[in-house]
Write a protein that binds this ligand. Structure first.
Ligand code: NAD
Ligand code: ZN
Length: 241
């Protein structure tokens, strides 16, 4: 813990690269962790199949059933890890949060330099007329959501398996990773590509990995902390902002 504090105190350009493990303390299950969605059975289908673009187009009704039940957590609030990152951004040390999460909690905590590689449940758009709808609107619909203006299907702005992430978001994330001196990789199994490979752009001084199980970035890390990311980030001594 002391080493992490030192690295952060000395860091001038810090980037945080996170995954679903950053939000488990907010009550949102991850995919591959101890209580992850991958441990449950959905008949013959895996969450990866149900969250794929082809499943969305072939079975939109079943897609939205799964999506509403497992991917939407409107009651979730930022936890100590999100708040620590908010402070680090306000201190001018944190140059970006690159996240694979779609829950919007970093923005809810107040961070502005957020690269949501896989989109956000807070944004939805009509596939026919492109009108935008927020999460609250979606929560008041049932089944396959339809645009009240034109009747088109409203699709979450979430990157499904088989879809490419947004080019400009990826470019921004990779630029920040390649320019930072400290990269903190936390709460991610590094199983989802291309996101996981973005950390290869890092050529800075300190690579910190915080995860409650082994990851493939551990061997390259200058510091590996095994434990709860919200507790570890929350224990940092940061000034009130
Ligand atoms: P993952 O489920 O594959 O891996 C999460 C990792 O974090 C695991 O290694 C787990 O052991 C670890 N972990 C869980 N809770 C932790 C904690 N409190 N402290 C430390 N480590 C913890 O998640 P991923 O790598 O982000 O990939 C999953 C994909 O699914 C992503 O692309 C993401 O878009 C999506 N997803 C998002 C959310 C969300 O938005 N909150 C939730 C589930 C899945
Ligand atoms: Zn429409």
């Amino acid at each position: 813990m002391r080493s992490l504090q030192e690295i952060i105190d000395k860091g001038r350009r810090i980037v945080f690269f996170g995954g679903a493990g950053v939000s488990t303390a907010s009550g949102i299950p991850d995919f591959r962790g101890e209580n992850g969605l991958y441990r449950q059975k959905y008949g013959e289908l895996t969450p990866e199949m149900m969250l794929s673009a082809s499943f969305f187009y072939l079975h939109p009704d079943r897609f939205f059933e799964f999506y509403r039940e497992h991917m939407l957590h409107p009651e979730a609030k930022p936890n100590a890890a999100h708040w620590a990152l908010y402070k680090l951004e306000r201190m001018g040390k944190l140059r970006g949060v690159v996240t694979q999460n779609i829950d919007g909690l970093h923005r809810m905590a107040g961070n502005r330099l957020v690269y949501e590689l896989h989109g956000s449940v807070h944004e939805n758009y009509c596939m026919d007329c492109n009108r935008q709808y927020d999460l609250n609107w979606l929560l008041h619909t049932e089944g396959v959501p339809r645009c009240p203006k034109c009747g088109g299907v409203v699709k979450p702005y979430v990157v499904l398996y088989g879809e490419a992430p947004d080019k400009y978001t990826c470019m921004g994330a990779c630029r920040e990773i390649s320019n930072c001196d400290v990269l903190i990789v936390a709460g991610t199994s590094l199983a989802v590509e291309p996101a996981a490979s973005f950390i290869d752009y890092f050529h800075g001084r300190e690579l910190v990995v915080i995860n409650n199980e082994e990851t493939k970035a551990d061997e390259r890390a200058t510091l590996t902390l095994r434990g709860d990311v919200s507790q570890i980030m929350g224990d940092l001594n940061l000034p009130e902002v």
